[in-house]
Design a protein around this ligand. Sequence first.
Ligand SMILES: C[S@@+](CC[C@H](N)C(=O)[O-])C[C@H]1O[C@@H](n2cnc3c(N)ncnc32)[C@H](O)[C@@H]1O
Length: 223
Amino acid sequence: MIFAEDEDPFPVDDDCLSSETFSQESVFRLMGQQLRIKQLFGANLGVAAAVWEAALHLCRYFEDYSVELRGRRIIELGAGNGLVGILAARLGAEVTLTDLPLVLPQLQENVSANVPADGWPSTPPAVLPLCWGEDHLSFLPDWDLVLCADIIYLPETYPLLVETLAHLCQNGAVAYLSSKMRREHGTQSFFEEHLPARLTVELVHRDEKQNNNIYRAAKRAEH
Ligand SMILES: C[S@@+](CC[C@H](N)C(=O)[O-])C[C@H]1O[C@@H](n2cnc3c(N)ncnc32)[C@H](O)[C@@H]1O
């Protein structure tokens, strides 16, 4: 969701976004693709409804640095409305979109709304529940890329997320994490303390104006 820096309404408590329901469809043009993304505000989706700036930064990073997505096996964590993963699938990746069970109908609806005219170039994106640190072990660790956009904001989930990423990356997958660096959520501590305990972490892009960082993480080389 695009807000001026000083009016970022990212809630500390999700419940404040849950009282009324309305939907908004937005069109995004990214990497030569046109995506129609529905955001169901209210419906208890909390922060999962919106498209967050971090997602757009990650898409632009892939474009600017020519990150190959075609043919890659990709899992997205906390996909929300699915913008990043659906874009990757439109570009030929084999994508699994995951989030909490409550969010899956919105994700599925956006997958259905973005079927290319001549069908998905690879497989249709799968939409599956994955609650960090709880059911990550039901996913085999056979990915090329693990994508995360704006999911570092609940300090109590940081150890669970590290556990999930370490599992998914154990066979060589590279994780890209795009994150608004919110001091109130200790986002920096995730990238400087929690995640480096299990994976190598590298800052690959920073947007100073929007205070958004993109990190690349992977399994440590064995000696
Ligand atoms: C700020 S939204 C980001 C959505 C989307 N990635 C984007 O950037 O537009 C955070 C997402 O993380 C998901 N999430 C929060 N806690 C989670 C957990 N414990 N397990 C899995 N997903 C979770 C939320 O449901 C939500 O979709």
